[in-house]
Design a protein around this ligand. Structure first.
Ligand code: FRU
Length: 441
C-alpha cells in the first residue's frame, strides 16, 4: 500500500516536472527557435527594398502648424498602460517628445535634446506642457528617445536614453565620446483645470548599459556612423505576461563579423560580392528581460534581430502584437545602409510567431512606410501603435519651390493595415492625432 502510494506520488511528480518543462518550452516551440536565436535581416532581403504604392507615404502637407511654436519637436511617444493600451488620465491623453529650443540651429538640436510633455483631450489638439523633470537630476548631457508607461497604481515610468556626461561636456567631436545608457525615472500624475502635471519626480537611475559581448560599447566602436545603445521601449508580452525593454544596439564582440547568413542564401552568395567596409554596418535590436515589478533590475539577452553587413541603425525598435503575429518595427535611414545597398528613410517591419522568433521581413524586403522619392526626408521616426496608427514628425520636407524646410512638429498620423507579412498604408489622420487604442493583441 505504502509502496503503491509512493510510486503514484513519484509518477505525479515526474509528470508535473515533464508538464512544467513542456510548458516552459512552449514559447520557444511556438516560435520554432532557441531562446538565444537572433534573426537576421540579410543583404539579400534588404536588396529587395523598393518603394511601392502600398508602402510610399503620402506627401506632407506644407501648410502645417507648430505644436510647440518655440520648440523643435521630433521623436514622439504616447503614455501607455502596462498592457500597451493608451493611458487616459481623467480624460487626458499624454505624449512625450524630444524637444530643443527653436532658437538653436536645426542641426544643433540633438546635443540639446530634452523630453517634453504634451497633453490633449481629443487626441488632435495638443498642449505643450514643458519639460516635466529637473534637468540637474536627469542623467546624461542630453536625454534622447524612450517610452513611457503608467502602471496599475498610476505611477508614470519614463524610460529614456542618457547620452553623454554632464561633466566635461565638449561639443567638439562629441559623438566619439558620448556614451549612451538606458535610464528611467518615475512621477505621479495629476490633472486639474490647467491640464496634466507630473509631480513627485523619483530618482533617475541607469537600468541598462552595453556589455561589449552582445552589444557594442563606445570603446568597441569602429564605424564612421555613431554607435547605439539607446531608445528603450517597454513591452509586456500579452501571451506570457513577461516584460522587456527593447532597444537599438550594435553587434558586440560575439557577432561583430559577417556570417554567410548576413549575406544571403548560397545562390545569392555565389552570385553577389560584398563591398569592402560592409561589415562595419552592424545594427541590431536589443532586448533585456525585466526582473522586478519596478523595472529597475534587468538582464541583457542576445539581440532579437541584427542587420550586420546590411544596415548600421535599427532605431526606436518597438513591437505590435496582432493575433498570433508579433511585428517588430524599427526606423532607419538611407545613409545607414551598408555599401551596395540602399533604401528610403522609413519604418521597417519584421514578422514572427513569438517575441523571439525567426523574423521575416515584411513585404519581402522589410519596408513598411518610406518617404516618397521626390521628398526623401519629409518625415521620420515613425512609431506604429497597437491599433496600427502610425505617428511621426515632420523632418526636412521640400516646399513648392523645391526648397528644404525644417519641420520639427507632429506629422499626419497614418493608418497601416497588417495582413500576415503584407502591409499597406491606409487613410491619413490629423497631424499628431492619437485615437484611443486597446492592449497589444
Ligand atoms: C531617431 C534618433 C533616436 C535618438 C534621437 C536623438 O530620430 O536618432 O535614435 O534617440 O533621434 O535625437
Amino acid at each position: 500500500m505504502m509502496k503503491a502510494r509512493k510510486s503514484i506520488y513519484k509518477k505525479m511528480v515526474i509528470s508535473t516536472v515533464v508538464a512544467a518543462n513542456f510548458l516552459a518550452a512552449i514559447p520557444a516551440f511556438a516560435a520554432g527557435v532557441a531562446d538565444d536565436h537572433t534573426a537576421i535581416w540579410s543583404r539579400q532581403q534588404a536588396e529587395k527594398v523598393a518603394l511601392t504604392k502600398e508602402n510610399t507615404a503620402p506627401l506632407v502637407d506644407m501648410d502645417f502648424k507648430l505644436v510647440a511654436p518655440d520648440q523643435w519637436v521630433w521623436d514622439t511617444w504616447p503614455l501607455q498602460n502596462r498592457d500597451g493600451s493608451l493611458a487616459i488620465v481623467n480624460g487626458y491623453r499624454v505624449a512625450f517628445a524630444l524637444v530643443a529650443p527653436r532658437s538653436l540651429g536645426w542641426g544643433d538640436r540633438h546635443t540639446e535634446a530634452r523630453i517634453g510633455m504634451f497633453y490633449s483631450k481629443n487626441g488632435k489638439d495638443w498642449t505643450y506642457a514643458g519639460i516635466p523633470y529637473n534637468y540637474d537630476k536627469a542623467l546624461g548631457h542630453m536625454q534622447w528617445a524612450g517610452t513611457a508607461m503608467m502602471d496599475e497604481n498610476g505611477k508614470v515610468h519614463l524610460f529614456y536614453t542618457a547620452t553623454g556626461d554632464k561633466s566635461n561636456w565638449d561639443n567638439n567631436g562629441w559623438d566619439r565620446r558620448a556614451v549612451q545608457r538606458i535610464a528611467k525615472t518615475t512621477f505621479d500624475i495629476n490633472t486639474d483645470k490647467n491640464g496634466v502635471h507630473l509631480t513627485n519626480e523619483g530618482p533617475h537611475q541607469i537600468i541598462l548599459e552595453a556589455d561589449g559581448k552582445y552589444y557594442e560599447t563606445i570603446e568597441n566602436w569602429k564605424s564612421n556612423i555613431i554607435t547605439a545603445f539607446r531608445d528603450p521601449f517597454f513591452f509586456q508580452d500579452p501571451n506570457t505576461g513577461k516584460e522587456y525593454i527593447i532597444f537599438e544596439g550594435q553587434a558586440g564582440t560575439d557577432r561583430n563579423y559577417l556570417k554567410p547568413e548576413n549575406i544571403g542564401d548560397e545562390e545569392y552568395r555565389n552570385t553577389h560580392s560584398v563591398p569592402e567596409g560592409a561589415q562595419l554596418y552592424n545594427g541590431n535590436i536589443g532586448i533585456a528581460e525585466v526582473l522586478d515589478h519596478d523595472i529597475t533590475k534587468l538582464k541583457l539577452l542576445p539581440p532579437l534581430l541584427e542587420s550586420v553587413g546590411a544596415n548600421h541603425q535599427l532605431e526606436r525598435p518597438h513591437v505590435v502584437v496582432n493575433g498570433d503575429d508579433y511585428y517588430l518595427f524599427t526606423i532607419s535611414h538611407t545613409f545607414t545602409y551598408a555599401p551596395g545597398l540602399t533604401g528610403p528613410d522609413g519604418v521597417y517591419g519584421f514578422v514572427g510567431k513569438g517575441l523571439r522568433s525567426d523574423y521575416k521581413p515584411m513585404n519581402g524586403s522589410g519596408l513598411v512606410i518610406g518617404n516618397p522619392k521626390e521628398n526623401p526626408y519629409q518625415a521620420y521616426s515613425w512609431m506604429v501603435l497597437p491599433n496600427q496608427q502610425v505617428i511621426s514628425f515632420i523632418n526636412e520636407p521640400k516646399d513648392a519651390n523645391g526648397q528644404v524646410q525644417f519641420g520639427g512638429t507632429f506629422a499626419a498620423t497614418l493608418k497601416l493595415s497588417l495582413n500576415g507579412d503584407q502591409s499597406e498604408i491606409g487613410k491619413e489622420q490629423r497631424n499628431g492625432e492619437i485615437k484611443p487604442f486597446g492592449a497589444n493583441r
